[in-house]
Ligand binder design. Structure first.
Ligand code: CA
Length: 736
């Protein structure tokens, strides 16, 4: 018996040995060695990139392996081959494996960092330029972002068939373009059966434009083609780029057992039929604009998903079933038909919408669709349901809720009185995806600073101290006069905290006090700033964003700050954000502004009407503005696409005097294309009106409980004729 086994194992061993007898490892340490080796690769061979930096390399990896003996491109030591600079990787052939490479500190010179083809195939039968049966695994792409924020590229462009993309780490894509795209543009890439699994899709900051999707499968043009792509066990961590986290635009895909953690936007079944969305978890934790699933098209199945703490509204709601366009063109909205939404659990989801987008064009309400055995629990006891059109084409049955639902749905629901929250385990944990050897980012804020230091008054004392810093800091400024003879070029987080508006005083003698560079964020607190020593020049500003595009979002905060004497002959704003730069938030609180030859907040440099803008959240509270010729704020978001959440503007307890006077200016507050705005408890004295210009996207602007001395308080204009206005004004009172 023993003898038999040993003979048998011996045979196995020999057959292995002979099969791999010719397999070789080629370890290379520079690009020319790489190029020599890559052409020689035979099935079973491995091409290993040595440790260190691989700068400005365009790697083409092609070859024909076999199922048992793939050809491998890997880091000799996973994580130690760092691809930087202007670099990319193109794959072609079959049975390839790519493993363990890190892309950081650079960007692709072409349209993708990693592409599963080297060129568009020359004919339908020619697969020589496309990768099939290929695995991409343990790859890290971290902030490999084009320095021009609105230059478009993909990080992973998947073509071919039967490819597996697993256990990769993708974080901080900051420029325009989908992080990962499954492309169906030739027959070589349709009905592809790709598997995208166990990947870590890390933070994708708000882009402030269309083109911030994390994963797209197909495009509208080929959307009636089946893709057969499986997306399973991935973790989407704070993927906030735009309203679509996943944009599904093809048929027969399976999106299963993924986690969407505090991610703004939704999984959108935008185009294509017959998709399955099952067993996913959407954990919003009450974060703004967190959404769930948006259903469009026919034969879709949405079952057994878990949703919790989702705040999204409109197309970004927790569960949204859209209206279609009758005989829709391929790129518009196909009617929801023959679809099933069942066995889902929705806890504290703010909005569940049927017939979303109903208007003159989108008039086809869902038909032959079932909403069954779902459980909807809201701690508030309020119904999250919104019916924007007829639900007669949807059958409701066997659902549970802890609140009384609309009459049109009532027969399909039973009331659950004692709320017992279901136990729930996430389908995948963050620690189980991506790679173990590269850290996953924890939560932090852009103004997190560890170091604290004191700086005394004098000329350039702050700049001198700043230049010694290796990372951000809080500087506590003493009493007295701080003069800046140079502009502070800020590329790190900085807090400047004085002793009070009268006690710590800042002046400067250049066109700006601070220019923000990539990586910079700023908070000014308890101090005063005077423009009295600034030059009489045009386009001065106390704080400006960079004149070059910035990929990194930033925050700006002025708390307890007095700004005065920006009253030169030409123009002088307090905060001016320039083109292709984007603030996550701008906060002004307990501050005063006097004699400003410009605007306090000038956030309008994206005038091309391409749907970009300068700041996501703009908040002004408990402050006064007097004699600002350009008004308190100018916020501009042009264009008609519906891909962004913001801008948001919130104003509370602000006194605006002669900023500008009614006859000398167009607006004290200009909101163009602002998506959400609230102006309340404010006092407008001898000032031009608030000007609200609606563009698109169902904006919600409210003006409430304000006082004003001159009519009108506000003007509302619609840039797109016939658009539904969601503007409201209440309880505003005229007084002297
Ligand atoms: Ca989009």
């Amino acid at each position: 018996m023993n003898n038999k086994i040993s003979v048998f194992s011996g045979v196995i061993f020999l057959s292995f040995a002979s099969a791999f007898a010719t397999a070789k490892d080629f370890t290379v340490s520079n690009f020319s060695q790489y190029q020599q080796a890559v052409d020689k690769l035979q099935p079973g061979d491995r091409l290993l990139l040595g440790d260190g930096e691989w700068r400005d390399v365009e790697l083409v990896f092609s070859g024909k392996g076999t199922e048992k003996q793939p050809i491998t491109l890997a880091a000799a030591n996973p994580g130690n081959a760092i691809i930087t600079g202007r670099s990319n990787l193109k794959l072609a052939g079959e049975h390839l494996v790519v493993r363990g490479l890190v892309f950081k500190d650079g960007y692709t010179p072409s349209d993708a960092v990693i592409s599963f083809r080297t060129a568009k195939p020359a004919s339908e039968s020619d697969y020589s330029t496309v990768a099939v049966n290929t695995r991409l695994t343990e790859i890290v792409i971290d902030d490999f972002s084009n320095p021009d924020r609105y230059e478009t590229d993909y990080w992973v462009s998947i073509y071919g068939k039967n490819n597996r993309i697993d256990h990769n780490h993708f974080s901080y894509k900051r420029n325009k373009g989908v992080t990962m795209a499954v492309r169906l543009d030739t027959v070589h890439s349709r009905e592809n059966h790709h598997k995208i699994e166990y990947n870590y899709f890390g933070p994708r900051p708000v882009l402030g434009s269309n083109g911030g999707e994390t994963l797209r499968i197909g495009t509208s043009h080929f959307s009636l083609t089946d893709s057969f792509t499986t997306v399973a066990h991935n973790y989407f961590d704070r993927c906030d780029g735009e309203v679509e986290i996943i944009s599904n635009k093809s048929g027969k895909n399976v999106i299963k057992n993924n986690v969407f953690f505090e991610s703004r936007g939704t999984l959108t079944l935008r185009h294509g039929n017959g998709n399955l969305v099952e067993g996913n978890a959407f954990i919003g934790n009450g974060v703004d604009h967190t959404g769930g699933i948006r259903v469009i098209n026919a034969n879709q199945v949405v079952k057994n998903n878990f949703m919790s703490g989702l705040t999204g509204s409109r197309f970004g709601g927790g569960l949204v079933v859209m209206n279609g366009v009758p005989n829709s063109p391929i790129n518009r909205y196909h009617q929801v038909k023959n679809s099933v939404i069942s066995d889902n659990t929705l806890l504290n989801v703010d909005r569940i919408i049927f017939g979303a987008g109903s208007d003159e064009e989108r008039s086809a309400a869902p038909v032959d669709t079932r909403f069954v055995n779902n459980t909807v629990i809201n701690d508030s006891g309020e119904s999250p349901f919104e019916l924007h059109d007829s639900v007669s084409g949807i059958e409701f049955e066997g659902n549970k809720a802890n609140f009384s639902v609309d009459e049109a749905l009532a027969s399909g629901f039973s009331l659950v009185k004692s709320v017992e929250k279901p136990e729930y385990d996430l389908p995948i944990e963050k620690s189980e995806v991506g790679v173990s050897w590269y850290p996953k980012p924890e939560k932090n804020t852009l103004l997190s600073v560890a170091k604290k230091m004191k700086v005394e008054s004098g000329t350039d004392t702050v700049i001198d101290a700043y230049q010694q810093l290796e990372s951000g800091a809080e500087m506590v400024l003493g009493e007295g006069d701080f003069h800046f003879s140079k502009t502070l070029l800020l590329d790190k987080p900085l807090v400047l905290r004085g002793q009070g508006k009268e006690k710590t005083r800042i002046t400067f003698s250049r066109k700006s006090l601070v220019d923000l560079k990539n990586g910079g964020s700023l908070r000014l607190q308890d101090l005063s700033i005077s423009g009295v020593r600034a030059p009489d020049d045009k386009a001065n500003a106390v704080i400006r964003s960079d004149s070059a595009p910035m990929t990194k979002n930033f925050v700006l905060e002025l708390v307890g700050v007095a700004v005065s004497d920006l009253d030169i002959n030409k123009d002088f704003d307090v905060i001016k954000l320039r083109k292709s730069t984007f603030a996550d938030h701008v906060l002004v609180e307990n501050s005063t502004f006097n004699n400003i030859k410009g605007s306090v907040l000038k956030l309008d440099s994206e005038r091309d009407d391409y749907g970009m803008y300068n700041a996501e959240y703009v908040t002004v509270k408990n402050s006064t503005v007097t004699n600002a010729t350009g008004g308190l704020m100018v916020v501009y978001r042009g264009g008609t696409d519906e891909s962004t959440f913001g801008p948001h503007v919130y104003m509370d307890g602000v006194t605006v005097t002669a900023s500008p006077t009614p006859k000398n200016g167009e607006a004290s507050v200009l909101l163009h294309g602002v998506q959400r705005g609230l102006i309340k408890n404010s006092h407008f004295k001898n000032s031009a009106p608030i000007l609200v210009q609606h563009t698109v996207g169902g904006p919600v602007i409210r003006i409430e409980d304000n006082q004003y001395s001159h009519k009108p308080l506000f003007k509302v204009e619609s840039v797109v004729p016939g658009m539904e206005s969601t503007f409201t004004a209440e309880n505003n009172n005229i007084s002297e």
